[in-house]
Design a protein around this ligand. Structure first.
Ligand code: CIR
Length: 253
């Protein structure tokens, strides 16, 4: 069970963030509404939400998930892979200091974005991507290993982050899309395969009893619902324009 979430208000410079989506410029006011609906869903799922103030120096800073990897034992501060995002982690470290006795950090030459780190029970998968390099992944593997977590590295081919294409929703159920479907690393799980036309929705999150899923992706919503999970369907259009999804908008612990 999660108790807390950390989120961060959408920067006024959001439209200048990194993206490969070609979906156009995000509408700021719409993004604010979508963000506040997201926070509301986290609260309805039972979380106390800590909302960090806006920081216009960092257009992508609302995507707090990338700044750290946290679990019940420790917090690991990321060394973000994109130059324009380096420094976002400083504020997050200060906040996590209030909650954690043990805080570690990924350091140069290692880089790592939290979006590349997927936890499945006591097993972690770490994506090697444009943002996370092997040195960063191996540092994280060593840190988590001290607490008994196993780690496997997954080389990404197309997607930005590992969790762009995979989500673990509990009870052995892995939501999986695109390049990951044929990867034998994931074949021991019960796979909910996401069709190509719904691939954006693969980035969903389990929060206590609920699954939060992007609105407008009916096939996946139905498959998850058929497994018995209650859903929150959230409009994510403006975050999608900036390559962001549901997991990216919070740190949950
Ligand atoms: C970026 O490219 O860094 C942001 N525009 C999107 C980050 C999305 N984060 C995530 O998938 N964990």
């Amino acid at each position: 069970m999660f108790k807390y979430a950390i989120v961060k208000k959408v920067s006024k410079t959001f439209q200048y963030g990194l993206t490969s989506s070609k979906l156009g410029k995000p509408e700021y006011n719409k993004a604010l509404i979508q963000h506040s609906n997201y926070v509301e869903a986290l609260k309805q799922s039972g979380l106390k939400v800590r909302t960090l103030e806006i920081d216009n120096r960092f257009p992508d800073s609302t995507f707090v998930e990338d700044t750290a990897v946290i679990n019940e034992d420790l917090a690991v501060i990321a060394n973000l892979g994109a130059d324009s995002r380096k420094g976002e982690e400083i504020e997050i470290k200060k906040v996590l200091d209030e909650f954690y006795d043990t805080i570690e950090s990924i350091v140069k030459p290692g880089t790592l974005d939290g979006g590349d780190v997927l936890r499945v029970e006591d097993q972690y998968f770490i994506g090697i991507s444009q943002r996370t390099n092997k040195a960063g992944a191996l540092q994280l593997k060593e840190l988590l290993g001290k607490y008994g977590y196993a780690c496997s590295l997954v080389k990404l081919k197309k997607v930005l982050h590992l969790k762009t294409g995979i989500a673990y929703i509990g009870d052995n159920n892995l939501v999986i899309s695109g390049e990951f479907i044929d990867n034998p690393l994931f074949h021991e799980y019960d796979l909910l395969k996401v069709d190509q036309d719904e691939s954006y929705a693969a980035n969903c999150i389990r929060v206590n009893d609920y699954v939060l899923v992007a609105q407008g992706y009916k096939k996946l919503a139905e498959s998850i619902s058929n497994l018995g999970y209650p859903l929150f369907k959230l409009d994510m259009s403006e975050f999608r324009k900036m390559d962001g999804g549901l997991s990216c908008l919070s740190l949950r612990f």
